[in-house]
Design a protein around this ligand. Structure first.
Ligand SMILES: NC(=O)c1ccc[n+]([C@@H]2O[C@H](COP(=O)([O-])OP(=O)(O)OC[C@H]3O[C@@H](n4cnc5c(N)ncnc54)[C@H](OP(=O)(O)O)[C@@H]3O)[C@@H](O)[C@H]2O)c1
Length: 263
């Protein structure tokens, strides 16, 4: 191995790095020696973080395929080998399918599901160049396994993203690019201010903070875990009940509604 190879800092591209889970993940990765390329739309937030982390800024709407391809070209020019892609950028979509704005249904699908597909395909040459020790992490959600009625379109986007992630895991088996799926429960962030909007006091007790998810991301890479539910309880049992007895979940999912006015 050449000196250049032994000294090259591992490069991570983190989408949705301007706040919440993405920001916490970029901070933790940097702490562990990774060089981060921070992707999102809010320039001021990204620049401030990039300065702290000595990272790079890429302004990009991940729901816009052409914008993603242009972003990837720029990143690959600077970093022909990419060791890690974290598909984290995402948005909420509250409301049931009876009332949700139909433009929001389209937008949440484009950002939460297709955004990860566009980023993966566009950055795949870089990941292949680091094959052997390359990783893709998809930030899905417990909403990817459980149809939560008060955020129907969000749950559907996350179900699609989970299928994408699992399918990608199988497609890349043996390629030297490992795929990890992270399924967080409720996490307190700007886009998802759970404690303020959740009516269910029971679920409110299980709200966690972004650094806990960042730790799960890192652990999934270090330990080679394909799927991680964080926190495991109560969300993993809920996912299992959804799979084996969907009627039970549909009876209870309406009870854990959001507060009036939060939608
Ligand atoms: N919080 C939860 O309860 C929870 C639970 C499970 C899973 N998740 C998932 O975790 C991920 C991160 O969410 P978070 O809770 O950390 O929320 P957040 O604090 O609102 O962060 C969302 C990030 O995504 C970026 N983003 C949104 N739309 C984008 C777009 N079109 N193009 C590029 N970047 C975009 C935002 O940056 P800009 O606005 O600057 O573009 C921001 O950096 C999402 O995929 C979410 O679905 C969240």
């Amino acid at each position: 191995m050449s000196t250049e190879e032994t000294t090259r800092r591992r490069v991570a591209v983190v989408t949705g790095a301007s706040s919440g889970i993405g920001e916490a993940t970029a901070r933790l990765l940097t702490e562990k020696g990774w060089h981060c390329v921070l992707v999102a739309r809010r320039e001021d937030r990204l620049r401030a973080l990039a300065e702290q982390l000595e990272g790079e800024v890429e302004l990009c709407d991940v729901g816009d395929r052409e914008a993603v391809e242009a972003m990837a070209l720029g990143v690959l020019e600077r970093h022909p080998a990419i060791d890690l892609l974290v598909n984290n950028a995402g948005m909420p979509a509250r409301g049931t399918y009876l009332t949700v704005d139909l433009d929001l249904v389209r937008r949440v699908t484009e950002v939460n599901y297709l955004g990860g597909v566009w980023c993966t395909r566009a950055l795949l040459p870089g990941l292949r160049a680091a094959a052997g020790s390359a990783h893709i992490v998809n930030l899905v959600s417990i909403a990817g396994t459980t149809a939560f009625a008060p955020a129907g379109a969000y749950a559907a986007s996350k179900h699609a993203q989970l299928a994408f992630s699992r399918s990608l895991t199988a497609a890349l088996r043996g390629s030297g690019i490992a795929v990890h799926t992270i399924l967080p429960g409720f996490v307190e962030t700007e886009g998802f201010p759970q404690k303020g909007v959740l009516k269910s006091r029971l679920l409110g007790r299980f709200v966690i903070q972004p650094p806990a998810v960042a730790e799960a991301v890192l652990k999934s890479i270090e330990k080679g875990k394909a799927e991680v539910t964080v926190p495991w309880f109560p969300y993993r049992p809920i996912s299992i009940v959804q799979a084996v007895a969907p009627g039970v979940i549909s009876r209870f999912s309406g009870m854990s509604d959001y507060r009036p006015g939060s939608v």
